[in-house]
Design a protein around this ligand. Sequence first.
Ligand SMILES: Nc1ncnc2c1ncn2[C@@H]1O[C@H](COP(=O)(O)OP(=O)(O)OP(=O)(O)O)[C@@H](O)[C@H]1O
Length: 293
Amino acid sequence: MNTLVIQNLNLVYANQHQALRNVNLEIGNGMFGLLGRNGAGKSSLMKTITTLQKPTSGNILFNGIDVVKNPLEIKKHLGFLPQDFGVYPKVNAYDLLHHIAILKGIKDASQSKNQILNLLEKVNLQEFSKKEVHTFSGGMKQRFGVAQALLGNPKIIIVDEPTAGLDPEERNRFNTLLSEISEEVIVVLSTHLVEDVRNLCSEMAIMDQGEILQKGKPKEMLVQLQGKIWSKKIDKNELVNYQSQYEIISHQLIEKEMHITVFSNTAINGFEVIKPSLEHVYFHCLHAKTLVS
Ligand SMILES: Nc1ncnc2c1ncn2[C@@H]1O[C@H](COP(=O)(O)OP(=O)(O)OP(=O)(O)O)[C@@H](O)[C@H]1O
């Protein structure tokens, strides 16, 4: 079992913007979802875990070793799929993986060749090994990104917003691949898509303005909202009125009719109770934060 322990992590950028505020997390093998809107601090946390940048204070322990002091300890076990995965133009998939294998310290030529061929098969790109990577579709590039992240048999894989820009079919294929590889390694998935977390992750954290607002198992978070989510169809002109009275966690126009979803510990006249979803957990969590601050 691998472990990633993050303790009291703070990050203040040179312009004095505090991107991480006292972050504490414990992550084991499997898929961990880090959910937050744009600017929440997810990439800042990912880059700090991968040691691309140093935190202002706090600790990161990978399998018990302090990686801020010993960055190599995580780097040699790390696969990283960053948000903007740049590729060199005019280089085919096989050659680019070969180049990355050398950068990762895989020196043995036959070992490198075997790994590359296996990985191309795993991500279903074996037919395209001689095709230039910059000509790949978005989904193919992301799968190529997974292949490069898996080179060298990492114990921890960090993926930052991996499904942005993928069509639904590519997203499904990509997500299936991620969940297959997560059984024996840690996969940290940063995303603003609740759906990806719901489908894939057994543990999650919700982040906003550099802080972890809530963490745990999605299933348990859903149980906590049982019997507290209420829905009603209203006239859209009444929305402001309802907003002043209730904690509206979402409103949606469905076939020109306004449906509101409200958090309430007790029954509300005229509303029907509905089954909580992870979207409700997320929006309630963000809303509760706005009420406190
Ligand atoms: N190098 C930097 N210097 C100063 N501020 C930064 C730097 N990088 C990020 N920020 C700021 O820190 C905050 C968190 O950014 P970060 O990229 O970590 O968020 P995010 O959750 O990954 O969002 P996104 O999905 O949009 O990338 C933002 O307000 C951003 O503008």
